[in-house]
Write a protein that binds this ligand. Structure first.
Ligand code: SF4
Ligand code: SF4
Length: 274
């Protein structure tokens, strides 16, 4: 039972959020939404512990498709960063703003960039591409994420300043166009750099939110230096170029870890753990 403590705790945290939001916002949707997401991730973790190799993919599809198709397209909630700015400027604490606080701003203090490893609907597709382990060194292009972050803010700010009519409709279409752009650029970059996660490393504006709290994350890969023989096998499989053998918080690319656990699986000495 002890080995399932992680999934149980994860589900308990999401259930606490679900019940709190349901009661405070008086909206049953929050109970369903957070129970579904917490339940999907917890189930995936259980299956991972039971060594099912598609466990993470199952979670990515269960959560990513739910958010993309049910929330984004059917419920017309723009869950992209533009949707966050939109609801923030409206002063409404609703789906997109709550989602950002839980998954991307405060939540990473608990589960780091688990969002990127298990729930993002962009990465859900990028992870299916053939370049799971990056070929070649990381490029110095991370500054682009701040530009895309600024563009998203200017875009939504501009809509308000210019009093553009029917903003709900504009946001719905920007969700479609934004996603198409993300997929197009993400796939093109992955092929050009032979690196599935190139989009995450250089372009994605969400990382501007994710990185600061991830630095202090409770959930992080740690290395038992007594067992480690410095063979480097863990580093060769990491999709995000993290130096997980260094236990310091400021380790190389430390805020890039998506908790995919590939390094943990690759270590022949079982020296890595969460
Ligand atoms: S970096 Fe961006 S695109 Fe990549 S997984 Fe995270 S949120 Fe998704
Ligand atoms: S391989 Fe390890 S260090 Fe790299 S992203 Fe996955 S969990 Fe994090």
């Amino acid at each position: 039972m002890k080995k399932y403590l992680g999934p149980i705790l994860f589900f308990a945290v999401f259930e606490a959020v679900a019940v709190t939001l349901w009661l405070t916002m008086d909206h049953l949707f929050y109970l369903f939404n957070f129970t579904y997401i917490g339940g999907s991730v917890a189930l995936g973790l259980v299956l991972y512990i039971r060594k099912w190799k598609y466990a993470r993919l199952m979670v990515q599809l269960a959560v990513g498709l739910y958010m993309l198709i049910y929330l984004g397209i059917l419920s017309r909630e723009n869950m992209q960063i533009e949707g966050f700015w939109y609801y923030l400027f409206l002063g409404v604490f609703e789906a997109a703003t709550i989602h950002y606080v839980v998954a991307k701003i405060a939540g990473p203090l608990l589960f780091g960039r688990g969002w990127c490893g298990y729930a993002c609907w962009t990465a859900m597709i990028l992870d299916l591409l053939p370049y799971k382990t990056p070929c070649g060194p990381r490029r110095k292009l991370g500054y682009i994420r701040y530009i895309t972050f600024g563009i998203s803010l200017l875009f939504v700010g501009g809509l308000f300043l210019l009093h553009v009519p029917d903003l709900e409709k504009v946001m719905f279409w920007s969700f479609f166009i934004g996603n198409a752009l993300y997929y197009g650029v993400g796939i093109a970059l992955a092929c050009a750099f032979k690196d599935n996660r190139a989009f995450c490393k250089y372009i994605c504006p969400i990382t501007v939110f994710l990185k600061p709290a991830s630095y202090f994350s409770l959930s992080r890969v740690k290395n038992d230096t007594e067992k480690c023989v410095s063979c480097g096998k863990c580093k060769t499989v990491c999709p995000m170029d993290v130096d997980m053998t260094d236990n310091a918080r400021r380790r190389k690319n430390g805020t890039e870890c998506i908790l995919c656990l590939k390094c943990v699986e690759a270590c022949p000495k079982h020296s890595l753990h969460i």
